[in-house]
Design a protein around this ligand. Structure first.
Ligand code: DAK
Length: 284
């Protein structure tokens, strides 16, 4: 059986019950929070009338829900998703259209934007429908990005007389190169899920019959089942590849690898392998 076929079977078997807990969501007006599987927090953007456009209140809820899950010791990984029609159609244009420079500058407008990249635990974005402008920039902050066949991704800010401001130019250039990034940023063209996969922008397109959220939850559950210290180290060091030179990155990787020998999970993981049993992580 190929890896892809195996992954599809596993995803089908592990299809989560959509048992959204209202108590977890109660504090948030614009996001739903649930626990589809042990160790997994599912955060769903929920501002459907505006295609999940990200206004200040919405973004505050997203940031708080993610931070809360990151701080929760029972959570090992998070999934961030939107609706079938839109992951998010960008920052809220109506909210920002009349802002002056002084207001934007004095309030440090959208300063909390980099929230995902500052979390310790992995975030998997499950994107269906529109992921435009800030919506794509939010998804690009995730550690793993999955899309459904309906996904439409782009940076259409040029049509509004501005440019991307939430990291799009920099993250896209690193992921898909200069020419493709220039095309997206300068023309505002929206690309399909297949094109995004071909360009290496996303991990994969998940077929409708499996469901992008189900696949993302399955990946999150797999990660949540590992030792948390090693997972955090893996996330930190891969992300460092976007900031450091190769020599610095290799050194950082090696040092973090060395440091994991100070953890109980390293002793347990390697002992369990030698004893031919499943490791029991203490996350310490
Ligand atoms: N903002 C506000 N409302 C939006 C919206 C948006 N981005 N996108 C959609 N809506 C609203 C529509 O106004 C409409 O509301 P009503 O008229 O019903 O009240 C409702 O959602 C449904 O939209 P449509 O009627 O337009 O639906 P369609 O299917 O016809 O079209 C569309 C869907 C996604 C193609 C279209 O809505 C569209 O083009 N939306 C705008 C996409 C866009 O330009 N996005 C980029 C926004 S700028 C930064 C961080 C981030 C950013 C900047 C700085 N820093 C950290 C500094 C991000 C900037 C952006 O994202």
């Amino acid at each position: 059986m190929s890896f892809a076929t195996h992954a599809i079977r596993v995803a089908r078997l592990a299809r989560p019950t959509r048992n959204f807990s209202t108590s977890l969501s109660a504090r948030y007006e614009n996001v739903l929070v649930s626990r589809p599987q042990p160790g997994v927090a599912l955060i769903t953007l929920n501002r459907p009338k505006a295609l999940n456009a990200l206004n200040a209140a919405h973004f505050k809820d997203i940031a708080s829900a993610l931070k809360e899950a990151d701080d929760d010791t029972s959570v090992g990984a998070m999934v961030l998703t939107g609706s079938d029609r839109a992951f998010a159609a960008g920052a809220d244009i109506k909210e920002m259209k009349d802002k002056s420079f002084a207001e934007a500058y004095a309030s440090n407008f959208l300063a909390n934007w980099e929230v995902i990249s500052k979390l310790n635990k992995p975030v998997i974005a499950a994107v269906s429908g529109y992921a435009l402008g800030g919506g794509l920039e939010l998804a690009l902050q995730a550690d793993i990005l999955l899309v459904s066949p309906s996904a439409q991704l782009g940076q259409p800010e040029i049509n509004l007389g501005v440019i991307p401001g939430g990291g799009g130019t920099q993250r896209l250039a690193r992921l898909i190169g200069k020419s493709r990034t220039m095309e997206l940023v300068l023309t505002g063209r929206i690309i399909s899920a297949d094109e995004a996969e071909k360009w290496g922008l996303v991990s994969r397109v998940v077929p409708e019959d499996i469901g992008v959220v189900n696949a993302a939850v399955q990946i999150a559950a797999t990660i949540a089942d590992k030792g948390r210290v090693a997972v955090a180290a893996g996330k930190e060091v891969v992300n460092a590849a976007f900031e450091l030179s190769l020599a610095e990155g290799l050194r950082f990787e090696r040092r973090l690898f060395h440091s994991l020998f100070a953890t109980k999970d390293q002793k347990e993981g390697m002992t369990a392998f030698a004893e031919k049993r499943k490791p029991e992580w203490s996350h310490s």
